[in-house]
Design a protein around this ligand. Structure first.
Ligand SMILES: [Zn+2]
Length: 461
């Protein structure tokens, strides 16, 4: 018996959790947290439809929280098997899970202190201890090598682009009677990205689980480097501050890299870049340690010349130092986590700076529906942060070309070697309109039939 159940990333981009079952063995592919609006976040608190103790192993595609963020909770609920991941993913996950636990704890603490809970005491979804326990279970795997996750469940990682260490996974499942091959796309990256190499050609599987974050969208042909140049020139002229919310690992390095490219080629004068994240130093170390997983030249990764950590980059590790940035006048850039503005230090910057008409907020990543990030991009003039009304007078600029996600054109290009259509095609990891749009594109352009699974649906493979 070979089965697959969808326990997240159905009708949403978050909470990726796919349960593969071969006879009595169970392997979870990704173990993500639900993020965004409350109706999604509450799903993190619901009991799982399976027993974590019965899972043989977890195979993660990459280190984003919507793919790994539920691991500490899974461990707290009894999971004790290996968590397979590529080497950079192991390192990034170590940093991000600890940070996620910290955010959970701080947020619960804040709510309790301010009396923001409507009933009982606010609790963190998981603690720093849970995150540490999860970190110990990680087991590194390498691109293009077979591993056995459980009897009858073999897998191989392939480069997916997207972020450092990100993989798509090829499974070979064998229940004694039949064999099935399955490909999970994970999050598919873009072609020609400046830092992360392109996704590799996939094999042709029997079943495909395809993400659809940008299933109906095309990235605009705008040049993000040019946009960044224009915005920075403008803030230098106005002596103001450019605030960039970005994930601490990945997007932050990409933005620093781009600014340093602009400075290096005299397209902008040198400008102070403040990294408001305790994780930035360790994140840079990951790029130095795993040189074959990105495109930044080795000689630009050391000492004062280091593009990610050089003279102009000021790191703010401590919370006190982060608060001091509230007094900073420009021209300067502040990069602060998190990307969708759903938590973390970025919130106090927003409370402080959104009412300032001289300030520029530049969003550089994907912001899911219902998140503060999305509301700001959509032009809301009044937002609530920690239930506090905040007037938005700052200039909001949305740079889209920096997305780490393939658009539908790139998805179709990547899928080309799978023609003619795999027997079963499941579209997940997208807002409903995007998943439907990808299904349409696959139908009209490739003649493929696909299924949009529902939450907790189980299918035979
Ligand atoms: Zn991702």
């Amino acid at each position: 018996m070979i089965e697959l159940s969808f326990h997240g990333a159905t009708g949403t981009v978050t909470g990726s959790k796919y349960l593969l079952r071969v006879n009595e063995h169970k392997v979870l592919v990704d173990c993500g947290m639900f993020q965004g609006p409350k109706q999604l976040r509450v799903l993190n608190w619901q009991p799982l439809p399976f027993d974590p103790k019965e899972i043989d192993a977890v195979v993660v595609t990459h280190a984003h929280i919507d793919h790994i963020g539920y691991l500490p909770r899974l461990v707290a609920k009894g999971f004790n098997g290996p968590v397979w991941a590529t080497e950079p993913t192991v390192d990034v996950a170590g940093i991000l899970l600890k940070d996620a636990a910290h955010i959970q704890e701080e947020d619960a603490d804040y709510r309790n202190r301010k009396g923001l809970t409507s009933h009982e005491k606010a609790l963190p979804l998981f603690t720093t201890e849970d995150a540490k326990a999860a970190k110990k279970l990680f087991k590194p795997a390498y691109f293009r090598e077979w591993n056995e996750a459980a009897p009858g469940i073999r897998f191989k990682y392939h480069r997916a682009g997207h972020i450092i260490g990100a993989a798509f996974v090829e499974f070979e499942l064998d229940d004694g009677n039949k064999r099935r091959t399955v490909v999970f796309s994970g999050d598919l990256g873009r072609y020609g990205s400046p830092i992360i190499p392109d996704p590799v050609k996939p094999p042709r599987p029997d079943a495909l689980i395809m993400e659809s974050t940008y299933g109906g969208r095309m990235h605009p042909p705008q040049d993000p480097l040019y946009m960044l140049q224009t915005v920075i020139k403008d803030i230098i002229e106005r002596k103001s501050v450019l605030l960039i919310p970005a994930f601490a690992v990945g997007r932050t390095q990409q933005v620093i890299y781009m600014i340093s490219e602009l400075i290096e080629h005299d397209r902008i004068p040198p400008i102070e870049i403040n990294i408001d994240s305790p994780m930035a130093v360790r994140a840079t170390d990951i790029y130095v340690r795993h040189r074959s997983y990105h495109r930044i030249e080795v000689q630009r990764l050391g000492g004062k010349k280091c593009v990610l950590n050089g003279d102009l980059v000021k790191l703010h590790r401590k919370r006190k130092s982060s608060k001091m940035l509230n007094k900073l006048t420009g021209p300067a850039v502040i990069i602060s986590a998190s990307g969708m503005m759903s938590g973390g230090r970025i919130l106090h910057h927003l409370i402080n700076r959104l009412p300032d008409p001289n300030m520029t907020l530049m969003t550089v990543g994907y912001a899911a529906e219902g998140t503060l990030g999305r509301r700001l991009i959509d032009g809301d003039k009044l937002v609530y942060i920690h239930k506090q009304p905040i007037e938005v007078k700052a200039r909001i600029i949305n740079v889209q070309g920096l997305s780490a996600h393939a658009d539908y054109h790139e998805i179709l290009h990547w899928l080309e070697p799978m023609k003619p259509q795999p027997e079963q095609v499941f579209i997940t990891h997208g807002e409903p309109s995007q998943s439907k749009a990808l299904a349409e594109h696959l139908k009209t352009e490739y003649g493929w039939e696909s299924v949009l699974p529902e939450m907790d649906q189980t299918v035979r493979l």
